[in-house]
Design a protein around this ligand. Sequence first.
Ligand SMILES: Nc1ncnc2c1ncn2[C@@H]1O[C@H](COP(=O)(O)OP(=O)(O)OP(=O)(O)O)[C@@H](O)[C@H]1O
Ligand SMILES: Cc1cn([C@H]2C[C@H](O)[C@@H](COP(=O)(O)O)O2)c(=O)[nH]c1=O
Length: 204
Amino acid sequence: MTGRFISFEGIDGAGKSTQIASIAAWFQARGDEVALTREPGGTPLAEDLRALVLNRPMDSLTELLLMFAARRDHLQTLILPALAAGKTVLCDRFTDSSFAYQGGGRGLPLRMLDPLADWVQDGTEPELTFWFDLPPAMAAARRAGAREADRIEAQQLDFFERARGGFAARAEKAPQRVVRIDASVAPDAVWAQVQAVLQQRYPA
Ligand SMILES: Nc1ncnc2c1ncn2[C@@H]1O[C@H](COP(=O)(O)OP(=O)(O)OP(=O)(O)O)[C@@H](O)[C@H]1O
Ligand SMILES: Cc1cn([C@H]2C[C@H](O)[C@@H](COP(=O)(O)O)O2)c(=O)[nH]c1=O
């Protein structure tokens, strides 16, 4: 039996975490067993890599390689077994974040990203990706009220503009998979958009 793999993307402060709890509840109400996870992270090794990559100074290529190393362990240890067990895997960020942040934000070329994605994922892709999109200045204002910035969140607005462009490019390349959600509106209005997509993709 094969489960569903759904990912959630957007620049920091877009409101992913706020919505994912409702999305998990929506699938559970249908009787699905949900595995809620995140990247970088989700397994003990990948959480260790997360702590390094979000806090220790490093160059952009090292950052990219650690993101994909964490992803490989996450896939092998958590995502693939959960899918094999028929679970609905809800993943807060996946490979689109590498293309947006390390590709768009840091400026690393697709000739580095594309082979890593092929290699590490070996064909495993989310069937649906919600891209929570909003202007970087609005996301920064939300973050400012919420928590202290880590090494990546501390980047300037132009970095997040480029990351947003990276998500847009991914959405354009895979329009069936990536659904853009207007995340600039109030949480209940964001949820209404998400729920409409869920009802259309997964009718009762
Ligand atoms: N639609 C919304 N309107 C206003 N504020 C919001 C909205 N959604 C979330 N917030 C607030 O913005 C902050 C960031 O939200 P959240 O943590 O859900 O974002 P995120 O996308 O998961 O961020 P990150 O990727 O950095 O973890 C929180 O304080 C949250 O309460
Ligand atoms: C998977 C992935 C993540 N990032 C960045 C994006 C965020 O700044 C952090 C994760 O923090 P969050 O609060 O859990 O959203 O990591 C990245 O740069 N590249 C990636 O592949």
